[in-house]
Every structure is written in C-alpha cells, then in structure tokens.
Write a protein that binds this ligand. Structure first.
Ligand code: BMA
Length: 331
C-alpha cells in the first residue's frame, strides 16, 4: 500500500465500510448499499433526522443529530453507536448549560458539526437568534453539554472548525447568508485566540458554474493531508424546480487555509437515489461529518438526504485528492 498522505493518521478499524461496487461506471465515492443509515422516525417524535455530525468516541461513535420534530421544530439531539450504522438517538434535544446566563437562548438549532480540537468536542450549529446565526458549544462526554457565545453576527450558516489551530488561533469556516433560503453564498474563514472573539476574516470560495452555481458551504471538518486541507463542501444549483444540493471537494493551503489550491469541477455526489430526491426537501445531498481510518485511507461521509434521513458514502482519501487535482477548475 502506498504511504498515506494523511498528516495525522489515526486508526479507526471499526468505522463503517463497504468496498467499491464492481460493474457499472466506476465512482470516486460510492453509497452504502443499505442507505439510509438513519431513518426519519428513529426517535419518539422526529419528523426527520438529517444533516448530522458523527465522531469516533470511546471505541465506538457518538454524534449530534438534527432532528426536526412532528411539530416541525428544529433541534439537535445526542446519539451513540457501537458500529456507526445502528444508532440510538435521544428522544429529547440536547440541553446546554451556560457558564454565563446572559448567553441568549436559541429559537431553533440545526445542521450541527462536531470537531475534536485540542481537549474537547466542539459543536457548531445554525442557531436561531434574530434569524440564522452560528451557535457554539462543547462536550467532553456527550452527556453534559456547555454553550458559549455565538461566534459571529447574524446572518450566517455552515460553521465548521478546523481540527487544529492555524498558527496561534482557532480557525472557522462559515457562510454569511440572509435569514431566508439565501440565493447566494461564499465560504469565508475567521480566526480566534479563545473561541469567543473572531476576526481576520478572509474570503475562501465563491460559487462557480453548474452544480455549484448558486451557493457553496463547508461540510465536514477539513482533513489535513500533505497536499493541503481536504475540504468536502456542498454546492447548490438553482433549477426550474428549486435548489439542488450536491457535494464535492477542494484542497486548501495548510498554513493559509483561505487560499484554495485546487477545486473539483465535477461533483462527487449529487441527488440521484430515491431517498435523496424524494423527501421533505427534494434533491438534497448535504455532507456534515467524515470518519477517516489512517491505516487504510478510508473515508465515510454522513450526509443528509432530502432533508429527511441520513446516508453514508465511502471513498479513499488519496483517490479523492487525486480527483480534485485532476479536475481542478482553478487551473
Ligand atoms: C439549508 C438548510 C439545510 C437544508 C438545505 C436544503 O438552508 O436548511 O438544513 O438541508 O437548506 O433544504
């Protein structure tokens, strides 16, 4: 096997995996054959479970899940799994404690990301506070959860932390937006010494053509490779029938991640299966989390399907990086 290009390869032998199917047109990323892996009704009151975040935890897996309830309130719930496939998701939303009681409450929470940075699992979500914002908190154990100040001003969505500091500072990708369904959107980068005060804002990526012509937003936490940060991101196309959400990948400079080294012109995954095309919001594939095994180069991505359920796709880090370089639209 060739040497891994992962900068911090961590073994994850029990991550979900299926080999690439034989026959048909070869795909860089392929779907789990038993998708969806999480169904819409997996908690007592959920209308839908999608756009959710999963991490390795204590020999198994833990996660924070977007569960819209049957009153269509949007909130985030904790969950656990031994194999990453069969999940026990809490019936009640996460209750965050606040060190400072003046930190505002949320009108809603959705689209969480979870990233281990230094000593804890950080959770970022889209938070309702006078419109769409980023919310932020942390946990050590997926049992008690703490909330800190919202990092940025409204309106913003798709907040994703880098798994390590860049220079001295924590680093965040986000997508400034409006408070509606936002017919625009670029990815920006910000830094903070303390997770509270954010600045040094830099532009990273704008929409391009085709599947990513309306807006783009960061997906799972960037994965550090010798070729740059591998960033999976979603892109949106406006069709005669509304928004279509696909995803692909880019490489960002390791020291100055607002500089894009390469960006794939084609998508990796677009809504094509029934469960991606039919649901509460048709034609959505929305990645929020990636598991990586440093021994085998395997990656598994959890993605929301049609705002209804959650699917898994698989690939190999080296092959995806090669795909991004070979189809670099910035050349
Ligand atoms: C965005 C968010 C996502 C959703 C997407 C497609 O604005 O609401 O949660 O998946 O739209 O409906």
């Amino acid at each position: 096997m060739s040497k891994s290009i992962l900068v911090h390869p961590v073994s994850l032998p029990n991550m979900p995996w299926q080999e690439r199917p034989s026959g048909g047109r070869p795909e860089v990323m392929w779907r789990y054959s038993a998708n969806p892996v999480i169904n819409r009704d997996q908690t007592a009151r959920s209308n839908s479970i999608f756009n959710s975040a999963v991490v390795p935890f204590k020999g198994g897996f833990a996660g924070v899940f977007r569960c819209d309830d049957t009153a269509r309130n949007m909130n985030i719930h904790a969950g656990r799994s031994s194999d990453g496939l069969t999940w026990k998701i809490e019936d009640d939303p996460i209750s965050f404690s606040k060190d400072d009681p003046a930190i505002p409450d949320s009108d809603y929470k959705y689209d969480p990301r979870v990233v281990w940075v230094e000593d804890r699992y950080w959770i970022i979500w889209c938070d309702g506070y006078h419109g769409a914002n980023l919310g932020m908190g942390y946990t050590f154990d997926f049992e008690t959860f703490h909330r800190i100040e919202n990092p940025l001003m409204p309106y913003n969505r798709n907040g994703v932390l880098f798994p390590r500091r860049i220079g001295k500072n924590f680093a965040l990708l986000s997508r400034p937006s409006d408070s509606g369904h936002t017919p625009f959107g670029d990815i920006f980068y910000s830094e903070s010494p303390d997770m509270t005060y954010w600045g040094k804002h830099r532009h990273v990526m704008k929409p391009l053509g085709g599947w990513q012509s309306t807006k783009v937003g960061a997906g799972p936490a960037p994965i550090e490779t010798t070729e740059g940060w591998l960033l999976f991101y979603h892109g949106v196309l406006t069709s005669c029938n509304g928004f279509v959400y696909s995803f692909s990948a880019a490489l960002l400079d390791r020291d100055e991640p607002w500089k894009v080294i390469a960006r794939a012109e084609p998508y990796l995954i677009s809504p094509q299966k029934d469960y991606e095309c039919v649901g509460d919001v048709p034609n959505v594939t929305f990645p929020c989390a990636a598991l990586v095994d440093g021994d085998t180069d395997r990656v598994a991505i959890y993605y929301g399907c049609a705002d209804t359920c959650t699917g898994l796709v698989f690939g190999k880090i080296g092959e995806i990086v090669d795909f991004v370089k070979a189809h670099n639209v910035l050349k």
